[in-house]
Design a protein around this ligand. Structure first.
Ligand SMILES: [Fe+2]
Ligand SMILES: [Fe+2]
Length: 169
């Protein structure tokens, strides 16, 4: 097993995941600011899942006696338009899933089956994330501004009913 290769892939994946955490939290803040609770919560929940991916990747780096590099792969894009947010997020998930598939194959060639399995398990999660964003994108395309208006109305109802907002994880 060429463990240096696995450590390199794992650290690149950590950088990718960290970029996703930053980007999704940025989207979370801006959806929240615009009153879109459903999307705001979706971005927050996904950011938390990506953070848990970082933990699993870092555990594997340490098991292989490597150093965990906490760099980011990409700077946060200052997108405020909801459709562009969902397009960007879908693209990030597709790229991650594609990249993790490639690294799973590389790890298999290097006889590192545990790292291969880790990447394969992350592919499942990233494809699920893609599907969630893609569904929202389809809703937005199908229902247009009504889709966003409904989310704002839901928030107003919550506010006027005096129920606490926010933590809807
Ligand atoms: Fe992830
Ligand atoms: Fe993801």
């Amino acid at each position: 097993m060429k463990k240096e290769k696995s450590i390199e892939f794992l650290n690149k994946a950590i950088a990718d995941e960290l970029s996703a955490v930053h980007q999704y939290m940025y989207f979370h803040f801006h959806c929240d600011d615009q009153g879109f609770d459903l999307l705001s919560n979706l971005f927050k929940r996904t950011a938390i899942e990506e953070m848990l991916h970082i933990e699993r990747l870092a555990d594997r780096v340490l098991f292989l006696k490597g150093e965990v590099e906490l760099g980011t792969a990409e700077v946060v894009q200052k997108i405020h338009d909801v459709k562009s947010m969902l397009e960007k997020a879908s693209k990030m998930e597709t790229e991650s899933a594609n990249q993790y598939n490639v690294w799973a194959n590389e790890c298999s060639k290097n006889a590192d089956s545990a790292t291969k399995k880790l990447f394969e398990s992350l592919v499942d999660d990233e494809e699920r994330h893609f599907n969630q964003y893609d569904t929202e994108l389809e809703n937005l395309t199908k229902f247009g501004d009504n889709y966003l208006a409904l989310q704002s109305i839901e928030r107003s109802k919550t506010l006027t009913a005096g129920r606490p907002m926010g933590e809807q994880l």
